[in-house]
Each structure stands twice: as C-alpha cells, then as structure tokens.
Design a protein. Structure first.
Length: 290
C-alpha cells in the first residue's frame, strides 16, 4: 500500500511540474496523443493505478477541416479524407477496465446546407461516414477480435452562448468480424476486468451500435479558452447473433491547467469492447495531450 501511495504522489508531482513548466500551446492546435493516468476506484471497490492512452489524428475538430481540400478527394457531393491510425489502450491495477483497440480509420464527409463546390465549415452541420478496420483485445491478449466498421454520423454545429456546446455528434454503426481464441478466457480476473461478452470464441461477430458525444464548455478564461469542460460520450451495442445489449457511458469533468494539460474527474459505466463488462469505476487523473 505504501508503494502505491508513493507512486501516486510521485506521478502527481511530475504532472504538476510538467503542467506549469512548459510553454502555452496555441488553442487551435490539434493534439493526436492523449495520455491520462491517476487513481481509480474499481467495480470491486478497490483502489488502483489507472492508465489511459489514445492516439487519434481527428481528436481536434480543426484537423478534420484542414485535411479537406477544395478539389482533393472529392467524390460526388462529399470528400474522402486520408486514412489514419487510431489507438486506444486502457489498463490499470486490481480489476480496473482493460482493453486495447487499434484501427485504421477514414471518413467520407457529406456537408449539409453548404452550396456545391464549397468545403465544410466549422460553423455548419455535416454528415460523416466513418470507415475502419482493426482489432480489439484485452491486456493479456486472451481473445483477439478482428473488426470492420461502417458508420453514419451527424456532426452538429456549435450551439449555445459563446458556442458553449461544441461539435455534438450522434451516429449509427455496423461492426462485423471474427473472434479468435488465443488462450483461456480471463482466468484469475475479477470485478471490472472480467470478460462478460456473450460473443463465442472462434466465431463471427456482428454488432449494431448507437453512439454520441459532445464537448461542453462550462467556464472560460476568455472567449477562446475554457477553464472547466464537460465531456460526455456513450455507446450502445446490440449483439445480433446472441441478442444481447452492451453499453458504455463515459463522463469527464475537465479542469484546464494549460491548453494541453488538465486534471480530469472521470466516471465510466461499462467497459466497452471487447469485454463488455457492465461494472463501473471512478478515477482522478492528470491528462497530457501532445
């Protein structure tokens, strides 16, 4: 227990030093990497270290529009963007949620309410058709799911005073693939680390999903920079072969330290793919984007 406390204290001191020692970044800069770590209270009511790493070149909405040219990748009424890698690693001690997801993702954009020959604008709503192929697994690689995904998403325009609600999204998705059995399924795991998916090993996967997210600025330093932000997101899956429903709700309350560093309070209900554990956990994290 003392070793765990020392690790947490050291991590907190390092992150506090980094947050105030580096220069401020530009507000509009896109940060593809996000590293978040801290302490978590798990589904089995245990304390543990929590680590969350993601890489997504579309993590900043500006990146999407920068990739779309007036003439490049034009197909019909929309634009096909270049494909890019996407990585999500979530792990931790005790029975914390654990998963690894890696995909190659691209998008076909179909702007709404925009005249012919014009590209999407940040102030307009538009449609996006995400395409992805990759794999899902747990931290021990006991199971390996190869997945292909096609979606239909609506990206809303910013709304509210000073565009308080940024880029609300809602979408429908179809996922299909194959689940390979590599080793025995989760021996010794408990609580939130247990694989509760009804998908059989060495069998085909077919899921329908509904998901959404938003960025909500609660308080501002000034017009262009937030102090406190609320980041809700969620997804509901329907396992067609097994007629099962899975879910994940992710709620983040973010306090900005600089434009690329923050302190996050996070509540998660459901682990999401591939384990689809229906437990919950709450964590306090320092987050660095770069």
């Amino acid at each position: 227990m003392w070793k765990l406390k020392r690790i947490v204290l050291f991590s907190a001191l390092v992150m506090m030093f980094l947050s105030f020692s580096s220069g401020s970044a530009e507000e509009d800069r896109a940060y593809p990497f996000e590293l978040s770590f801290g302490t978590v209270r798990t589904d089995a009511d245990r304390g543990a270290i929590n680590l969350y790493l993601s890489y997504n070149e579309q993590i900043d909405e500006n990146k999407i529009f920068q990739e779309i040219g007036e003439d490049d990748f034009r197909i019909g009424r929309g634009w096909l963007t270049g494909f890019s890698p996407e990585l999500l690693v979530q792990t931790g001690g005790e029975d914390a949620f654990r998963r690894v997801i890696a995909k190659i993702r691209g998008n076909y954009f179909w702007p709404e309410a925009i005249g012919s020959g014009k590209k999407p604008e940040k102030s307009k709503s538009f449609l996006r058709f995400p395409l992805a192929v990759g794999f899902e697994t747990d931290h021990r690689f006991d199971q390996l799911n190869f997945i292909g995904e096609f979606g239909y998403e609506f990206i809303g325009r910013p709304v509210g005073k000073n565009q308080m609600i940024k880029r609300p999204e809602v979408g429908l998705f179809l996922q299909t693939g194959y689940k390979f059995d590599i080793e025995d399924k989760g021996e010794g795991e408990f609580g939130g680390a247990v694989d509760e998916s009804e998908e059989d090993s060495d069998s085909f996967i077919m899921r329908a999903a509904l998901g959404g997210s938003a960025e909500i600025d609660l308080f501002h330093f000034n017009k262009d920079r937030y102090l406190v932000q609320f980041l809700p997101s969620g997804r509901l899956w329907y396992d067609l072969p097994n007629t099962e429903i899975y879910y994940r709700l992710d709620l983040i309350l973010r306090l900005a330290l600089t434009t690329d560093k923050s302190f996050d309070l996070r509540y998660e209900l459901g682990s999401g793919e591939p384990n689809f554990n229906d437990g919950d956990q709450i964590s306090a994290n320092f987050t660095l984007r770069f």
